[in-house]
Design a protein around this ligand. Structure first.
Ligand code: NAI
Length: 397
């Protein structure tokens, strides 16, 4: 079969395994070019949400970069079946594991629901068997819309809505290459609470308590979760909306985890990342016009970064420095929030409309990154070559 991109709104319904390999290889190349004299980099790392976006980039930076760490990746992905080709993250996992093995490194995958007890047990077993019984870093990079409530088996569902007022704006539609007008009503109290349950810090703390109880955390163990704040312009939809409230909960949880890790002389961090095209972020209604403007400006200024550049900067220049803001957060959004960047972004945002978004914003660049997340739009991949579905079905992460 020949695999074509199938896009529905902002969701990719197909992916190209060879293109996913190209994407992983590009990131590996960038990680291997890093240099660091730091002798205190993590060596055994658990990454929750390792198959795409920031989690995948963290994994590649740590496995293939100067840290040369063993990494255990947990993600929720699906392989090829009668129903379809599977998800990009499934193939990313396979390509990372293969590349690691070829380079004599250790990077096993566990694919399953990180909220389930079964996956926790699998993680514990793998750490005991393959990581000498301990990890010295836990990266928490899950992005999801649902979390099961362990008490009644029902699901908390997150919503992406403003709080206290309605918001109108535009959202990109990759299926039809257009900017759609959107109107978001304010979230209800229940929706706010549920979003905090899904994307706040409770599960991060739960994982750290589990790993601590099982004595799987090394002395000096650290953990990091990723957050977003963004400029004033995006606050109605993000920072002061449901997701932002969940992130504030995440930030507060850092202190609980610090306490938990104190006997180990461990520490929890939040890294505030820049706005980037990922499977999760394009789903945030109203944020995409900002991405179009931001990409244009940061590229013009020569300071555009993707997930791997951000994670290389996190681990190889900020990690063991005392670069924190007054709240103790690591700021990887420092270039995004630079005054000259925002001063150039704002007038663009004022003038972007469904008629001119393609000229004013970097729509081509944003679309290309979106397609590449799913293995499309790479120049060196032969998309006309047929792919054998049975061969794909045999691939396991
Ligand atoms: P993503 O969608 O690219 O990756 C999410 C990962 O979570 C995938 O590996 C997926 O398999 C995994 N996952 C989801 N549900 C799971 C489950 N139940 N069990 C196991 N694995 C599961 O997302 P992205 O954008 O990399 O987000 C990661 C974190 O970074 C989030 O906390 C997000 O808020 C944050 N962030 C994202 C920014 C952006 O612009 N994309 C900016 C700043 C922070």
């Amino acid at each position: 079969m020949i695999i074509h991109p199938q896009i529905q709104g902002v969701v990719a319904r197909s992916c190209h395994p060879a293109g996913c390999q190209a994407a992983v290889n590009e990131q590996i190349d960038k990680a291997t070019q890093q240099h660091s004299q730091d002798t205190a980099l993590p060596k055994r790392v658990l990454i929750l949400g390792a198959s795409s976006g920031f989690g995948l980039a963290s994994r590649i930076a740590l496995t293939f970069g100067p840290a040369n760490a063993k990494t255990l990746g947990v993600s929720f992905e699906r392989g090829a079946s009668e129903k379809g080709i599977g998800s990009a993250g499934w193939y990313n996992n396979i390509h990372v594991a293969n590349a690691a093995q070829a380079a004599g490194k250790v990077a096993p995958n566990i694919v399953g629901d990180a909220f389930s007890d079964k996956v926790r047990q699998q993680v514990a077993e793998t750490i005991r068997n393959e990581f000498d019984g301990e990890v010295d870093l836990v990266v928490y990079s899950l992005a999801t819309g649902v979390r099961p409530n362990p008490e009644n088996g029902e699901f908390w569902r997150s919503v992406i809505k403003p709080v206290g007022k309605a918001v109108e704006g535009y959202s990109v539609n990759f299926e039809h290459n257009r900017l759609d007008t959107i109107a978001l009503p304010p979230a209800s109290e229940q929706e706010i609470d549920d979003t905090v349950k899904v994307m706040g810090g409770e599960d991060w703390l739960g994982w750290m308590e589990f790993l601590n109880d099982q004595q799987l955390l090394a002395k000096g163990c650290r953990t990091v979760a990723y957050s977003y704040i963004g400029p004033e312009r995006t606050h109605d939809i993000y920072h002061k909306g449901t997701l932002g409230l969940a992130k504030i909960h995440l930030h507060q949880t850092r202190k609980d985890i610090d306490q938990l890790l104190a006997p180990l002389q461990g520490h929890a961090d939040i890294a505030v990342c820049k706005a980037l095209v990922t499977k999760a972020s394009v789903f945030i209604p109203g944020l995409t016009p900002y991405l179009l403007a931001l990409y244009r400006v940061m590229k013009d200024k020569g300071i555009h970064e993707g997930c791997i550049e951000q994670m290389n900067r996190l681990f190889y220049s900020k990690w063991n420095s005392d670069a924190r803001d007054q709240e103790g957060l690591i700021r990887l959004d420092d270039w995004e929030l630079r005054e000259d960047v925002q001063q150039a972004v704002n007038p663009l945002l004022d003038t972007i409309t469904p008629q001119n978004f393609n000229d004013l914003g970097d729509y081509d660049g944003v679309l290309r990154e979106f397609l590449q997340l799913n293995g499309f739009a790479f120049e060196n991949v032969e998309y006309d070559a047929p792919v054998d579905i049975d061969t794909l079905k045999a691939l396991k992460p």
